[in-house]
Write a protein that binds this ligand. Structure first.
Ligand code: ATP
Length: 525
């Protein structure tokens, strides 16, 4: 458009120039014409007309020139505006170029990325494939799990219902169980009462006779020194002693021939152990008649256990089984030896772990005391808590060892001392709010041959004192005398509550079948 305007402008200048040239020519022509006017008046009118026409043409050209000048101004203005727009467009163009550059850079980066993506595409595809398969598997699992969950929900609901029903049944059963437990406990009490009543009917003091087997080493002159009762009334309860051609009859609550086992013998006294009252079991007899065998058994032979280990086993088994009926028992054991009216502790004292018979005997003076209720205790005597047969057996072995050390050190003949094993039992039933207490004394007495030596003095007198005091106590009790001489020996003083009316006493009279022992058996008369 600018070119067009320029072109027009040029053409206008050229027109102006040609007009000026034309005007000069006309002037020439005019002078020629004036000259000619003179020459030709006729041609004057035509020239004037031509001049008028030329003037009209000049005016129209002037008008055209003015309008062209206006157009030129407008075009200039328009050019300025357009120049401004062009400058703006240039700025815009630069911005567009910058952006294009930026985009180009981004495109390059993206191209690189796309190239990289192309490289990893197979791996990604493989991964995607495996993940799709995993997803498929997981979906299948999910479906299975959901199905199972639904089933579980259903069975859980069923179980909940069932468990609620069972809870009701259990609570019903529990109330019935506690009723039953109460009845059982009541029954137990009743049973114990009945049991004690039976024992009462059997008598407070019972005497069993036990004859030991004849051993090859027995050196009597031979011959039978006794025979057993055979009549219906007294069979199993009586023996005849044959002495100097005479036949003396003795009746006991029970006679054990050499055949019955240790177990059989224990069964006969097991009821006493069960009764949980104060009980005294003595083994009486001359030396080598089987007292220790009856009480302790043969060491190391499990099937020849004596009354003490058997009793412990039974007591611990019973207390264990009674736990289900809410009975809780505590046991304490003490063991002592009474030699010449002197007490020796056979258990390790609290301060020493390996005490022996002599240590205790020299260090301590054991005094028997009775509390307000008449329960005896020996000052300084070791009393240990035992929870099971194993613990009790351990202390029993310790006592046996202490006793044998004592015998060696005192150069003691066998059977000169009494061995007293004491088990204190206390039981509580929290449900019945009931408690029981009992003391089980198992005593291996000194040999009864000492009793024969009448008129003894000093130590010998002491040796016989406790055994004769024991027989005095039995006589007084049997005759129901007002005064029972418990205080005459340490043995009877210590065992006083267990020899009284509310206690049970069982005496094993051990007999040796050896004919040389006939004098000892004769003492029974
Ligand atoms: N019923 C029996 N069966 C088998 N052996 C027995 C029986 N009674 C005792 N004996 C054995 O006889 C021997 C003597 O028994 P035991 O030591 O018990 O007699 P004791 O009366 O205690 O003697 P002491 O008073 O001298 O200690 C022991 O070897 C023992 O094992």
């Amino acid at each position: 458009m600018l070119a067009m305007v320029n072109d027009m402008y040029k053409r206008l200048q050229e027109s102006n120039k040609s007009l000026q040239e034309y005007n000069c020519k006309l002037q020439l022509d005019l002078s020629t014409a004036s000259e000619n006017l003179k020459r030709s008046e006729s041609k004057k009118v035509a020239v004037v007309e031509d001049l008028g026409n030329a003037k009209g043409g000049y005016n129209s050209i002037q008008e055209q020139f003015t309008s062209l000048k206006v157009s030129h101004d407008e075009a200039s203005k328009e050019k300025e505006v357009l120049s401004g727009e062009v400058a703006c467009l240039r700025v815009d163009l630069n911005q567009v170029r910058d952006e294009r550059d930026k985009h180009c850079t981004q495109v390059e980066v993206l191209t690189d990325e796309v190239r990289n993506l192309h490289v990893i595409e197979p791996f990604v595809q493989a991964k995607c494939l495996s993940q799709s398969e995993q997803i498929k598997v997981l979906r299948e699992k999910l479906t299975v799990t959901e199905r199972r969950l639904k089933e579980c929900d259903l069975s859980a609901m069923e179980l909940r219902t069932e468990s609620e029903e069972q809870k009701k049944v259990i609570s019903h059963l529990q109330s019935r169980l506690s009723e039953a437990e109460f009845k059982v406990a009541e029954g137990e009490k009743m049973l114990k009462k009945l049991h004690n009543t039976i024992l009462d009917l059997k008598g407070n003091v019972r005497v069993f006779c036990r004859v030991r087997p004849l051993f090859p080493k027995d050196n009597g002159s031979g011959g039978k020194i006794f025979s057993y009762h055979t009549s219906m009334d007294t069979r199993g309860q009586g023996i005849y002693l044959l002495q100097n051609g005479q036949k003396h009859s003795f009746l006991f609550d029970k006679v054990f021939t050499p055949e019955p086992s240790q177990e059989d013998v224990f069964l006969e006294m097991s009821q006493l152990v069960q009764s949980a009252i104060d009980v005294c079991v003595f083994a009486y007899g001359q030396t080598c008649s089987g007292k220790t065998y009856t009480m302790l058994g043969r060491p190391g032979y499990a099937d020849e256990k004596g009354l003490i280990p058997h009793s412990l086993e039974q007591i611990f088994q019973t207390t264990q089984s009674l736990k289900s009926q809410k009975w809780n028992y505590e046991m304490q054991v003490s063991m002592l030896e009474n030699y010449n009216e002197t007490i020796h502790d056979l258990l390790p004292s609290q301060s020493s772990t390996d005490s022996s018979w002599t240590e205790n005997s020299t260090a301590k003076q054991y005094v028997i005391k009775h509390d307000a209720s008449g329960n005896p205790s020996v000052s300084d005597l070791t009393v240990v808590d035992v929870c099971n047969t194993k613990e009790a057996s351990y202390f029993l072995k310790h006592a046996a060892r202490s006793r044998s050390i004592g015998k060696t050190q005192m150069n003691e003949e066998s059977s000169r001392s009494h061995f007293i094993f004491t088990l204190q039992i206390s039981g509580v039933n929290m449900v019945l709010e009931f408690q029981v207490q009992g003391v089980l004394n198992l005593i291996d007495l000194a040999g009864s041959e000492r009793l024969l030596k009448s008129g003894s003095t000093g130590d010998r007198l002491k040796e016989t004192q406790s055994l004769s005091s024991l027989s005095d106590v039995f006589f007084a009790l049997a005759k129901k005398e007002d005064h029972v001489p418990f205080r005459n020996s340490k043995l009877t003083y210590l065992l006083q509550p267990c020899l009284g009316e509310n206690a049970k006493t069982l005496m094993f009279v051990n007999i040796s079948p050896d004919s040389s022992s006939v004098w000892g058996v004769a003492m029974l008369t």
